[in-house]
Design a protein around this ligand. Structure first.
Ligand code: PHE
Ligand code: CA
Ligand code: ZN
Ligand code: ZN
Ligand code: ZN
Length: 289
């Protein structure tokens, strides 16, 4: 597996903080800090050789945008997609929620492009707008796919809050039966001697729209407003009786609101999954719908 650079990922977070600071302190839907975030991510992916689309859609808070990037190699009938929401709430810069997922997915995409790998499958990356006002960007994206395009999507991996300052190591458990990606994520952390817990995140992030369309999903999460138990502090470190992210949806979710250790472990897990699923043999004939 690749070692995804936490230094580069932290530099992406510094840039997202800088964008928020220059635009009234947030990256909220309909505000200039969101569009600047989307333009910046798109430019990085364009420069790395991705085929990118800025997909606009309207919301009650104004126009929002998804950035979609595809690596133009591999079997276009077998698409492995990885995504994160790029918008923040209005109260702050949204560095853990969800600068971490956005920066991590971006760095994995850039590292893959630089790696010289020859993928068997088609890799696609999504940076969603308007998650914070109802998962709107991911819903819009899935909603505009034809049945044919949906059938090509073999896996959607979601990352929302992966650098919480008092971290837990949670693997989504709300997947359709037979989805090996959850188990692959768990096995990866186990191989690094990191204990994980399953969490049923239900409709709380952007994998929900994919899951509702019958697409396999998986993801990781280091915790939001929930409280770390003493048993969790024993196995993971950190502070029992305190929230995983005490700055969740607050102004203090800024560049200081991070565990770089948790972030590094999670971005390496993303890299592991992307590298492996890029080569997965999705044997034809297609499985029944
Ligand atoms: N989607 C939530 C938010 O952005 C956070 C969250 C992520 C909750 C993953 C549960 C699981 O505020
Ligand atoms: Ca790393
Ligand atoms: Zn949020
Ligand atoms: Zn979030
Ligand atoms: Zn096929």
């Amino acid at each position: 597996s690749p070692d995804i650079s936490v230094t580069n990922t932290k530099a992406h977070l510094d840039k997202l903080q800088e964008i928020a600071t220059a635009n009234g302190g947030n990256r909220y839907t309909g505000r200039p800090g969101y569009k600047a975030s989307a333009d910046w991510v798109k430019a990085k992916l364009d420069a790395a050789g991705y085929t990118t689309t800025l997909q606009s859609f309207s919301t009650s808070a104004g126009t929002s945008y998804n950035v979609i990037a595809e690596w133009p190699h591999g079997d276009a009938n077998h698409v492995v997609m990885t995504g994160a929401h790029l918008d923040s709430v209005s109260s702050g810069a949204g560095i853990n929620d969800n600068g971490t997922g956005s920066a991590g997915v971006l760095e994995v995409a850039l590292a893959y492009a630089a790696s010289g790998q020859t993928p068997r499958n088609r890799l696609r990356f999504g940076f969603w707008g308007a998650e914070e006002i109802g998962l709107l960007g991911s819903k819009y994206y899935v909603g505009q796919l034809s049945a044919t395009e949906k059938a090509k999507l073999r896996l959607y991996l979601n990352f929302d809050m992966i650098g919480s300052p008092n971290p837990g190591y949670f693997v989504y458990n709300d997947n359709p039966a037979g989805n090996g990606a959850r188990d692959d994520l768990t096995a990866y952390f186990t191989s690094k001697n990191i204990a994980t817990e399953y969490i049923d995140v239900q409709g709380r992030s952007d994998h929900a729209a994919f899951r509702a369309s019958g697409i396999a999903t998986a993801g990781t999460f280091t915790g939001a407003e929930g409280t770390k138990t003493s048993a969790q502090a024993t196995k993971w470190g950190g502070t029992a009786g305190q929230a995983y992210d005490p700055c969740y949806h607050r102004a203090c979710d800024n560049i200081n609101n991070l565990s770089l250790t948790a972030l590094d472990r999670n971005i390496d897990a993303i890299g592991h999954m992307v590298w492996n699923y890029a080569q997965k043999d999705y044997a034809d004939p297609e499985p029944p719908a």
